[in-house]
Design a protein around this ligand. Structure first.
Ligand SMILES: [Zn+2]
Length: 77
């Protein structure tokens, strides 16, 4: 098991707004416990990414962006 799987604050993986598949955790910018930024990605064809801001141990929302970096969806949690 990778350390990512223990470290995400989401209950379930974000779904790609383009193809509907569960996204993969790509990276975490860890600041301290309860404070981190999570980066999720879809597969290469979609080029969609999702950004999750975690503060005080809670994910605030998910920002989905396309390959050009434009936000296509914002999901409040
Ligand atoms: Zn996708």
């Amino acid at each position: 098991m990778s350390w990512y799987e223990n470290e995400t604050y989401l209950d379930e993986r974000p779904k790609c707004p383009k193809c509907g598949k569960a996204m993969e955790l790509d990276d975490i910018d860890y600041n301290f416990k309860g404070n981190q930024d999570e980066y999720w990605i879809c597969d290469d064809k979609c080029c969609m990414s999702a950004f999750v801001k975690v503060r005080y141990g809670k994910p605030l929302g998910i920002s989905y962006t396309d390959e050009d970096g434009n936000q296509v969806k914002w999901e409040r949690l």
